[in-house]
Design a protein around this ligand. Structure first.
Ligand SMILES: *Cc1c(COP(=O)(O)O)cnc(C)c1O
Length: 708
């Protein structure tokens, strides 16, 4: 959960987003001679009034290709009468059929063809279309289309579906367009036809070049190898860490969404918003647009209470974003409901993967729920397993019960009679052991992977909730678009903060990102002094264990960006950290970091006082990381000075529900999980490395067939 301090002060340092002129194109899509794809067409698709004919003409002219309009150049010619007259003569059903027949008998090559608005309703017609080129969907704002449709209706061109209002026609057809598209062109509210045509050209250019979106390591020097230059999203999702030990970052600047496009996004559901943002960052050759949409609707369809990440007013100009409505009530659900789907899609054929996770709390249940819930039809589902190790005494009662409900199948949890550090160290050791890796690869075709936020596919989905928070504030009139907000995030691995930085790069008007730490305050000390110093620091227990972290891994991404993408410097700093347990950044880099990020910390007593004060003033029950009340119920009840904290976790949850006057409500799925799992003994493993390896091997044996 985040505090969004929606300040309205006019600040000199705030850069508002301005519209850049679209880049000029000089015929870079040439399906005719140069690309050797001579017979490929560019098919423009979209609802009536989207501007297909006009945009098609502009695009064709810029590319030096012939323009064809199915309405004027095909249907009218074949039928020998205006389209409206034909429709009136034969009726809607027969019209669709005859329209499809006419299209199938038409053989275009190397042309820009504008389809009719109704072609995509006919599967046979569209199969013909997809065989000979790329289908581009002009996704135009309803407010831009409706006035044009009204004019067309007067001419009898649309309105086939008698008695249906035009907004409903748009809604009905949208899934058909989304089914057949190869490329979506997201048009901003009020975009001109010329602007749309420019977007079509850029989108085609990206589509035909799978190397448009590649990734580099934060530790790579200027001349990264040829192989590294061809690292795609799929590689990054499966590999996690770069071979040189760095983290993957996009090679080119993060794709920007312009202000008019954000206005479109403001009208979308969370799942649509997620898909649209991810489309801009994941190349369709890695994950096709249609698949991406299916994934996000699965991921975010199961959140409780309708809204995925709702923003609530707290007091004054402070707002809280609630990130605990996922199926396990963990903040981690926001990333982890999506990440395993991306992961299993990207898993190479004939390769199994076992994801190993050590957790001190929320990550465990979120990972188990997400990987365990992969759908049967999903690519890679049967080839992906997840094994979670958690310290027997290091997690809360509720978390232990949540995890214990997963013991078998492709998602398992094992309770280890030791601490978190032992679990984490054992997993790292397994990754480093070539004997084990070789054995699993040779015998079972299985590779070991991980699912924490060093993985780009885990971090990327987090950009979405920051955008969603801002768009919510905009929709509710709290800010006008462009007015900046500050984002305050509880910070452990710096993933939350890093994803806010990426949201800002994509064009969300964020002014400062404020990192809040508990007494394990390395981030705030680092930003105060410029010195990252692990010497003499011991991890201290706290009421907010999810941010008990001394090496915030995503800080490396931040250093890379803030240093002007200086991989050599980042590699140097981390080598020093390895040998001396400390490094210091140059003053210019520190200044650049402070420009974007501020940090602070709060001790245990102060944290308890905040929970108490917020509850007294507003009735809102806030947990120690402003996250989920469930995991830390005893701490919250203690802070609220409840005299008798019940021993039974279920009773604790009920009591929190009673105390929460103005929210949040008790998470029903968690209550159900706790009820069901009580009495189910967890799978237990002694504190020996060999025993953990045994767990890995037996899971691989149970889940994956031996390679013959
Ligand atoms: C994981 C977690 C955080 C920290 O997120 P980072 O990306 O590691 O900074 C904060 N709050 C809660 C509740 C969490 O589970």
């Amino acid at each position: 959960m985040h505090l969004l301090n929606a300040g309205r002060a006019a600040l000199g340092t705030v850069r508002r987003y301005s519209l850049r002129p679209a880049p000029a194109h000089a015929g870079s899509w040439l399906p005719t001679k140069s690309s050797g794809a001579g017979d490929q067409n560019i098919w423009l698709m979209g609802p009536p009034g989207a501007g297909k004919t006009s945009v098609g003409r502009i695009v064709a002219q810029k590319l030096g290709l012939p323009a064809v309009d199915v309405d004027d150049d095909v249907l009218e010619k074949v039928w020998g009468m205006p389209v409206a007259a034909k429709l009136a003569a034969i009726g809607w059903e027969s019209f669709l059929e005859e329209e499809a027949q006419a299209l199938c008998s038409f053989a275009a090559a190397g042309s820009v063809v504008s389809l009719t608005g109704s072609n995509p309703l006919h599967a046979g017609a569209m199969q013909h279309v997809t065989r000979s080129g790329v289908v581009v969907y002009l996704d135009v704002a309803a407010e831009d289309i409706l006035p044009r449709m009204t004019l067309m209706k007067l001419n009898g061109i649309v309105g086939h579906e008698a008695g249906v209002c035009m907004r409903d026609i748009l809604g009905y057809r949208k899934p058909f367009y989304e089914r057949w598209l190869d490329v979506r062109v997201l048009c901003g509210v009020g975009d001109t036809l010329e602007q749309v045509a420019e977007k079509v050209l850029s989108a085609l250019e990206r589509y035909q070049n799978p190397d448009a979106d590649t990734y580099v390591s934060t530790r790579g020097g200027g001349g990264q190898s040829e192989a590294a230059a061809k690292t795609h999203f799929s590689d990054v999702a499966i590999e996690g860490l770069a071979p040189d030990g760095g983290l993957y970052v996009p090679r080119h600047s993060f794709s920007k969404i312009d202000a008019r496009e954000w206005l479109r996004l403001a009208g979308m559901s969370y799942a649509e918003l997620a898909a649209t943002i991810l489309e801009k960052c994941i190349h369709p050759s890695d994950v096709p647009v249609f698949t991406l949409h299916a994934m996000t609707s699965r991921a975010y369809g199961g959140f409780s209470g309708g809204a995925v990440a709702p923003v609530r007013h707290l007091e004054g100009n402070q707002y809280v974003q609630e990130l605990f409505h996922g199926p396990t009530a963990s903040f981690k659900d926001l990333a982890l409901q999506l990440m395993p789907q991306l992961f299993s899609h990207c898993l190479p054929p004939a390769c199994n993967s076992l994801v190993l996770v050590a957790t001190s709390g929320d990550t465990g249940s979120a990972v188990l729920s997400a990987f365990g819930g992969l759908g049967d039809g999903e690519a890679g589902r049967g080839r992906t397993g997840v094994l979670v190790f958690y310290p027997r005494d290091g997690v809360s009662d509720v978390q232990r019960m949540q995890m214990a409900s997963y013991r078998e199948g492709n998602a398992r949890a094992v309770s280890v009679c030791s601490d978190f550090d032992f679990c984490q160290r054992s997993i790292k050791r397994m990754f480093g052991e070539e004997g084990l890796a070789g054995h699993l690869a040779a015998e079972y075709g299985t590779v070991l992977s991980t699912a924490n936020s060093i993985n780009w596919a885990r971090l990327l989905p987090q950009v979405v909730y920051h955008a969603s928070a801002y768009l919510d504030l905009f929709r509710e009139g709290v800010v006008s678009f462009g007015e900046p907000v500050d984002v305050c995030v509880p910070s452990g691995n710096f993933g939350n903060a890093m994803s806010a930085l990426y949201a800002k790069r994509m064009g969300i008007p964020i002014r400062k990102i404020i990192c809040a730490s508990n007494r394990n305050r390395i981030i705030s000390d680092f930003l105060a002094t410029g010195e990252f110093d692990l010497r003499g620091r011991l991890l201290a227990a706290s009421a907010s264990p999810a941010i008990n972290i001394l090496k915030p891994s995503n800080m490396e991404r931040f250093l890379w960006h803030a240093s002007g993408e200086d991989g050599r410097l980042v590699a140097e700093l981390y080598a020093r950290l390895e040998s001396e347990r400390r490094f210091a950044v140059p003053p210019a880099l520190l200044a650049a970091m402070r420009q974007e990020v501020q940090a602070g910390w709060c001790g245990e007593e102060e944290c308890a006082a905040v929970i108490r004060d917020v509850h007294r003033l507003t009735g809102y029950v806030m947990d120690p990381h402003t996250a989920v009340a469930k995991a830390f119920a005893p701490a919250v009840l203690g802070a609220l000075q409840v005299n008798k904290v019940p021993d039974d976790p279920l009773e604790q949850l009920r009591m929190l529900g009673l105390l929460a006057g103005s929210g949040p409500e008790v998470h029903q799925q968690v209550v159900r999980c706790v009820e069901e799992s009580s009495g189910k003994p967890p799978r237990v493993c002694p504190a020996e490395y060999g025993a953990l390896v045994q767990e890995v091997e037996s899971m691989v044996e149970d889940c994956f067939l031996r390679v013959m």
